[in-house]
Design a protein around this ligand. Structure first.
Ligand code: A5P
Length: 231
């Protein structure tokens, strides 16, 4: 895509993605994110592969797996890797201390496992994703369907409000055939504490607060690229 023909938000995503792929080295394992920002990284990685880069990609969703395969990127199953060198993924919100909300696209469980196995987790974002405090975006919580009512009650006990994610009339199902509760806790003062509380609820498989998992955020702002590192 020529840069002149795409909307500003997409341009920001694209330039961040093109900067992020510079961190990928030959003969490594690369985590492939999910969403409209990670999409640009996958395109850029496919270009590098066409030019001879040898990597194995670990997809964070079925959608990303089919896109990557269609572009000629070799894949390796998440079950078969014990470490990932670099992952490039998007986020719904991030703060300057590199904590995130992810999972708007529903892929949070695999994204979190991939991020946890990753040495250098790079988040790419357009400038609207940077916030002072996390929480305007609702936190996706992936639950085993049988635990839905219980988890919802526990979210209320934590002073949150949960809404079961729908896909039209149907209940939305993740790639792992689970439900997502989008939980609203308002602006969050202590994301680590909330993350810990959510982790303790039986039936929660993963939630969208990503704490201390990110090494670098690369953000496009207009034509500029801003990089946020772990302090
Ligand atoms: C997918 O589950 C998400 O975590 C995405 O990374 C996140 O929702 C960002 O998506 P966009 O890049 O489409 O904004």
């Amino acid at each position: 895509l020529e840069n002149q023909t795409i909307p500003l938000k997409d341009l920001e995503k694209k330039i961040a993605a093109e900067e992020a792929v510079k961190y990928i080295k030959d003969n490594t394992i690369v985590g492939l994110g999910t969403g409209s920002t990670a999409y640009y990284a996958i395109l850029a990685i496919a270009d590098l592969v066409k030019n001879g880069l040898n990597i194995q990609g670990v997809p964070t969703s079925e959608k990303t797996a089919s896109l990557a395969l269609s572009l000629g990127i070799k894949l390796i199953d998440l079950k078969e890797v014990d470490a990932i060198d670099v992952t490039i993924d998007g986020a719904d919100e991030f703060t300057s201390d590199l904590n995130l909300i992810k999972g708007g696209g529903g892929a949070l469980f695999r994204e979190k496992i991939v991020a946890s196995l990753t040495k250098t987790e790079i988040i790419i974002a357009d400038s609207a994703k940077k916030v002072d405090r996390l929480g305007k975006f609702k936190i996706p919580v992936e639950v085993e369907p049988l635990a839905y009512n219980y988890v919802n009650q526990q979210i209320i006990k934590l002073s949150g409000k949960g809404a079961l994610r729908k896909n039209g009339e149907e209940i939305y199902l993740t790639d792992n055939h689970n439900y997502i509760i989008d939980a609203d806790f308002g602006l969050i003062d202590e994301p680590e504490v909330l993350s810990g509380s959510l982790n303790q609820i039986e039936g929660v498989l993963a939630h969208g607060l990503f704490i201390n998992l990110t090494s670098i955020v690369i953000m496009g702002k207009g034509q500029e690229i801003l990089t946020f590192n772990k302090s």
